[in-house]
Design a protein around this ligand. Sequence first.
Ligand code: SIN
Ligand code: MN
Length: 201
Amino acid sequence: MEIRPNGTQFFSQHVSTEDQNLLLEDIRARIPDAPLYTPTMPRTGKSMSVRMTNFGAAGWMSDAKGYRYQRAHPETGNPWPDIPQSILDIWTGLLPDAPLPDVCLCNYYPADAKMGLHQDRDEQDLTIPVLSISLGDTALFRLGQTTRGGKTQSFKLRSGDVMILQGTDRLAYHGIDRIYPGTSSLLKQGGRINLTLRKAL
Ligand code: SIN
Ligand code: MN
């Protein structure tokens, strides 16, 4: 469903509970090879409150050197594990005409994590949509305009929801204001996983 003309699409409860559990199995199978790490902010070097890993040909990184995609895990030096087919299937189901993604960023939000307003603009082709899948506790998502400081809208992302930023919203500022602990029983330890699929290279 389009929630902004020629822009954001939101698919409420697109992934069934059964499929959410299958996605989790595929994610958990890859974490030993690509452990979650704590990214740091460019310039300030402050730790982000989310923990991250990636699957695919490249992974998104943030540290003192800045934002970028790189082909190796920052701590192990190994290539990233492949993107699970179960996750690719969600992309091809909703975006059959788009090129296949080569990066799946996996963010884990503990109960007190958030993510500041930012644009996704480290990809080579900024016209290819970005698709994100929410798993676990509900998050308060904020979506703004393509310029910082523009009007923003907030809505809740629940486990199984899928959002696509495309068209005029491909470069819209967005972020996570808060997590609502205890709103999902999918993750035994609580918190939220967000999977973001992009074609970066
Ligand atoms: C992000 O923009 O990197 C994550 C968005 C989300 O967690 O829903
Ligand atoms: Mn983003």
